[in-house]
Design a protein around this ligand. Sequence first.
Ligand code: SF4
Ligand code: MSK
Length: 625
Amino acid sequence: MAKTTKTVEEMSIWEDAHQMLRKAERDGIETAWDRLEQQTPHCKFGESGVCCRICTMGPCRISKKAPLGVCGADADVIVARNFGRFLAGGAAGHSDHGRDCIEAFHAVAHGKTKDYHIQDSKKMLRIAEELGIATENRELLDVAKDLADKFFDSFGSKHEEVCFINRVPEKQQENWKNLGIMPRGVDREITEMMHRTHMGCDNDASNTMLQAARMCLGDGWAGSMIATEVSDILFGTPSPRKAQVNLGVLKKDQVNILVHGHNPIVSEKILEAVNEQELIDLAKTKGAKGINLAGLCCTGNELMMRQGIPMAGNHLMTELAIITGAVEIIVVDYQCIMPSLVQVGNCYHTKMITTADKAKFTGAEHVKFEMHNGMEQARKVVRMAIERYGMRNQDRVEIPGEPVDIMTGFSNEALLDALGGSLTPLIDAIKAGKIRGVVGIVGCNNPKYKHDYCNVNLTRELIKKDILVIVTGCVTTAAGKAGLLVPESIEQAGPGLREICGSLGIPPVIHMGSCVDNARILQLAALLANEIGVAISDLPLAASSPEWYSEKAATIGTYAVASGIYTHLGHPPNITGSPIVTNLALSGLDDLVGACFGIEPDPFKAAELINERIKAKRKGLGLEE
Ligand code: SF4
Ligand code: MSK
């Protein structure tokens, strides 16, 4: 087993990570950093996107010596097809998560579950009315049945647009119609992307990329947006609350359960179970002082946003959380769960529990969660964790650091409340240049970067420039650990942002949720554009994913750009082998949809890039830069 040659300080900016990486070394555990070194250097054909495995006349690799595949496809076609399929993976991930949410909602509406309920009926009725469903003098569950059907409709073979398209500013809708990228059914767009990229179909790179934009818009304005809205209806719309982050949230004298993945359907039931007195008493009979639940990645974000449950760590902290030796069980659903967690768990007493048939892991135990048995299964999992507490070797336990306080829970509804019920104070602050722009920093970790270095430094640089930052996904934990998610961090902001956030009592960095909750940022952008009477692409907005790794992150970036939001990425996707696709991403899209991608690995230079964009947009609106 080859270990990385990097020092722990080169691997991560965090002390809790350093401590666990040193423990990994002592305990003989391999981590993602070690495996990255084993995989380096990466295949250049794969990196630039010019390796095609779409048919068995190949695989074909494009080079100067062999510029065409066996079928005659060139680098542009191959890159476009590969990237289209890459984005399809991301769109499918978010959207299938959204479908699972609708299935839960459908089961509630039809009385097929006692375990899930409508928690925010006000929001449900508001959305039903928005989507043209009659609500007056009707039973709540009847409205819910129609709304679930309406949501399901957005997934299939629709001829017309997905259901939330009316949220998009008209100017933008016109633009999408003219370009032929108005998203129809979510599944339809994903299927069409797979079809187009079959051998012998869409052999025009730009045309393939337009379909990519349409498919990603379907994810943003339907798959993800529906996931967010239904989760709010079923589990409550988030409101500001306190929580804590880092590995210090684990407890040496309690049963520790980690929830990891994305969908709140499983984690919300686990939360209910850990609060049941009977199970707490059972834990005490085994010598534990109680049961401690903490989150990882986006499931952690969902629980933190709605319930204030602490967050143990982001993507690159997931192996390190187990290395504390203090985790009895890690319960997962899907997405971003490293298969290595099973092996790391085997080096301690940590068991992985899978819950979804679509995401089983060899070596894990499967406890299938369904709508009718969520609570029963959650109790079963918590009992298993309690039983495993006795297997813990306390001599091998090391929990680093003290947790850091954060403020979370900024749904758009909560943000509007903080603003006194209307967007006017935010728009006035933007016009006056006190808030010069708004940037969503989202996404992942990637061991190719020093863990969270870019996420934290970009956030700091932007707030210094009076730019309000919204975080979601794994950037949340980074910003939280850096002390940026508390109102006191206004001290690190520029004078204008400090004044506005100070008067509202909110941090200059606002946590808006998980990966699918980037749809909240889309909706906020649309609300601002509609209020001012411009397109989203006219606003001083940007997005960034400095340390991204996943297909989903690329899909989010693409729907942001296609929606008119300039998007910075720390590194390019595997497209650099195609001049057409690269030029389209870096500039061509600007002419088509009013936004494009920018690539910059250095967070300080990236802040400048983004700032220049914000200046240009402010100027375009006749505002001071
Ligand atoms: Fe090669 Fe063309 Fe087949 Fe791709 S589709 S593997 S380029 S022959
Ligand atoms: S979990 S997609 S590592 S943000 Fe949503 Fe984190 Fe990126 Fe997964």
